[in-house]
Structure formats: C-alpha cells, structure tokens
Design a protein around this ligand. Structure first.
Ligand SMILES: Nc1ncnc2c1ncn2[C@@H]1O[C@H](COP(=O)(O)OP(=O)(O)O)[C@@H](O)[C@H]1O
Ligand SMILES: [Mg+2]
Length: 412
C-alpha cells in the first residue's frame, strides 16, 4: 500500500490552487498546478485533465504532468465511453485491469507507458460533467475513502478553473464580435461617405435642370407630371444621401452645452400627434439632476425622433413607449433610454440593425439606427440595444458628461 496523504498536504495543495485561481494566473497554469499537485500528492506517475468540448462532445487535453509527450499528444477522445460511466456514478472510478477495461482508449500504449492503474475523477459543476481528472500509477495500490475524497476535492477545484476559462472565452468572443461589428460599421461609413459625395453633385444638377424645365412645362399633362415625379424622387435621394452623410460622421457636429431633457421634450413634441392617432401610451421620466452636456442638439433630437418612431412602428395595436433620462451609475454619462412594448427584434437581426439599409419594414430606409450610431459615435458616446421577440425593445444612448461638469457635480 502506498503512502497515505495527510490532511496538511491536501490543505496546502488546495490553498495553492485557490491562490493561483484568484491571482489572475492563466487558466492553463492553474490546470498545470492541479495535475502536478495531484500526481505528487498520490505518489503517482502522472496525471492529466481533459475538458469536455460542448460543441464537439470530445474530451480535449487541458493539462498533463509526468506522462510522455508521445502519449499525451494523441488527439481528443470521444466523451461517451469515459464520461457516461462517471456521470452515472458521479464518483471516482478505479481502473485496475488496464488491458481489458473499456474506459482505457489505447490500452497497449498505456501498458507500454508502464501504467498499471488509473483513477478517474469527474470534474463536475452542479450536474454537468465539465471534464475529467485522470491519475496514472506505476503499480496497483489501495485507497482509503478519505484519500478518494481528497481527490474529489481537488477535482472540484478543477471545475472552478474550467468554469472561469469558459467565462473568459465567452467574454473574449463577445469582444471580438463587438470589434468586428464596429470595424464593419466604420468601413460602411467610409464607403457611404464616398458614395454620398459622388452622388450629391449629379443630384443637384438633376434638381436644377428639372426645376428649370418644370417652369417652362405646360400647366397640365404628362410632361409636367413626369417632371414632378423626377423632382420628388430626386429629393428623396437627397434625403437618403443626407442621412448617409450623417451616418458616415462626415458632418461636423455644432456643439453647445445643452440640457438633454429639453431636447427630449422637443422630440416628443414633434411626435405627439403620432402617439395620439395610434393610441400609444407615452411615459416620460426625466431626471431632474441631469448635468448639461456638450452635444449637437439638432442631431440628438434627430436620433431621438428616430428611436421614438421605431418604437411607435414596433407597436401593432396597443402599447407603451417609455423615455427616460438619468446619469449612469459611474456618473460619467447621461443616459437616455427609449423602450417599447412592441414586436421586439429576433436574435439573428440584432447584429444587423445598425447597418445602413437594414430594414424589415416595407417602406423603411434602414438608415434610422445607422444614423443614430454615427451621431452617437461622433459625440463619443455609446448605443446599446436590448430586445426579445414579442417582449419589446430597449435602446440606451449614453453621452459623456464633460469632465469639468462632472467634477462640479461630485464636489457638491
Ligand atoms: N423599437 C424597435 N422594435 C423592433 N424592431 C426595431 C426597433 N427599432 C429598430 N428595429 C429594427 O431595426 C430595423 C432598422 O431600423 P432603422 O435603422 O430605424 O430603419 P427603418 O426604421 O427604416 O427600418 C428595423 O427595420 C426593425 O427591424
Ligand atoms: Mg427607423
């Protein structure tokens, strides 16, 4: 029988793992510590951790200690054989018959490696198996219940590490997506600016010549009608071009120190009829302690009208649109929130709604949110969208409070 583990050793190991877990060490380093310490603690040849990849359903190597590279470098293994047993019992499994136990994937190689016994401990979080801690021994030995319990304790630490790794990974992929999205929108902005400038001049020419012709056209008849349509459509193009230029941030904002609440009230005023005609309830809750901020009030009014119109259009029959203003908890931004109880946005559209020309409406231009994005960016702020199909949507715009105003606020 091998040497017994004493409680103090275990305690030190757990403490070491916890310390590295909280010190912000790399996940890989913490897993390395776990395999090394558990092998050492049990006087084993080596140990490895395999982590279950939820997508491929395979167990991938997380860390290894004391085993030959040749053995370790073999690819991932399917979860089924090993995990199902562990899951069912949710406890340690001891493999004594290396050559004949189905849990050993490559028995000949393991044998050649000089391994004569294996211990598998599940790494679980709640009821999910996240991975497996496998410890390899040169010769068979017995284990007390207590020792097995220690192994489980260490495997549980492994669970926290893997959880942390998965969390970090998720966050990183979210950042990547965000960066990609921002890059895409700014590329679209550059393209839009280019196109808009090119088209603006010919449009002005078309307008000039068609209005000249219109003056000479007979009062009635298809000739005048045709010209009028040409003018109308050209004007429509000009509006779109104008909005595209807003999105592409090529127009410089005319800023001043402004009370955002007044801008909100003006936007509401513009749409009052729209609310009344459609019987949509409007709730307004504006913070009285809002510091003034430096903005181009016409541009901010325009984006509020955009957001309110979208909210109105999202409501089929009855519903409520809410507009709020407040200061963010870090006191760095003024936040304006427009929410509605309308149709909501399906998840697959969430990444597209800020793209120019993305619209799900028969007569939409798809420029409202693109322009909103451009203007808010130009102001050094952020736009956030939250939505669930059939549960309504919420758009938050954060605009920075200038530092001196910010300081004045906190000192008071
Ligand atoms: N409040 C909202 N509720 C549901 N969908 C919305 C909302 N706001 C925007 N959307 C979705 O985003 C798309 C793009 O909006 P926008 O850029 O304003 O263009 P448009 O309103 O011309 O379609 C809309 O067509 C719609 O699908
Ligand atoms: Mg719109």
């Amino acid at each position: 029988m091998g040497q017994r583990i004493d409680f103090e050793t275990l305690y030190n190991i757990l403490r070491e793992i916890s310390a590295s877990l909280h010190s912000g060490a790399h996940v890989k380093d913490v897993l390395d510590t776990i395999v090394m310490k558990s092998a050492e603690m049990l006087n084993a040849r080596g140990a490895l951790i395999r982590i279950l990849n939820q997508e491929t359903n395979q167990l991938e190597l997380g860390a290894a200690y004391g085993l030959s590279d040749q053995y370790v470098s073999k690819g991932p293994i399917p979860r089924e054989k090993i995990i199902t047993d562990l899951c069912r019992q949710n406890r340690i499994i001891i493999v004594r018959d290396i050559l004949n136990d189905p849990r050993v994937q490559r028995p000949q190689e393991v044998w050649a490696e000089g391994i004569r016994m294996i211990i598998d401990s599940p790494i679980t979080y709640k009821d999910d198996v996240l991975g497996i801690l496998r410890i390899y021994f040169d010769e068979p030995r017995e284990f007390s219940e207590e020792e097995l319990h220690y192994i489980i304790l260490i495997a549980e630490r492994g669970a926290s590490v893997i959880q942390k790794a998965q969390l970090i990974e998720m966050q990183e992929s979210r950042y990547d997506q965000l960066a990609l999205q921002t890059e895409k929108l700014s590329a679209m902005g550059r393209m839009a600016a280019g196109i808009a400038h090119e088209i603006n001049n010919p449009l002005a020419g078309i307008l000039l010549f068609s209005s000249n012709l219109l003056k000479k056209a007979p009062k009635e008849g298809p000739f005048r009608e045709g010209l009028e349509i040409i003018m109308q459509e050209t004007l429509r193009c000009k509006t779109i071009i104008h909005e595209l230029l807003e999105f592409s941030r090529s127009s410089v904002p005319k800023t001043a120190l402004v009370d955002v609440n007044n801008v909100i009230m003006r936007a509401i005023h513009l749409l009052e009829n729209e609310f009344r005609l459609r019987h949509i309830r409007l709730e307004v809750d504006l913070s009285k302690q809002l510091p003034k901020i430096i903005i181009d009030e016409h541009q901010i009014e325009q984006i509020l009208v955009n957001l309110l119109l979208n909210a109105i259009q999202a409501i089929e029959e009855q519903g409520t649109v809410t507009i709020l203003s407040n200061v963010t908890s870090d006191r760095r931004n003024v936040a304006i929130e427009v929410s509605d109880t309308g149709c909501g946005i399906p998840p697959e559209n969430m990444s597209k709604i800020f793209e120019p020309f993305f619209s799900t409406k028969a007569k939409g231009t798809g420029l409202g949110l693109a322009v909103t994005y451009g203007i808010v960016q130009k102001h050094g702020g952020h736009v956030y969208a939250f939505s669930q199909p059939n549960q309504g949507s919420r758009f938050i715009i954060e605009l920075p409070i200038p530092p001196d105003v910010h300081q004045g606020e906190t000192r008071r």
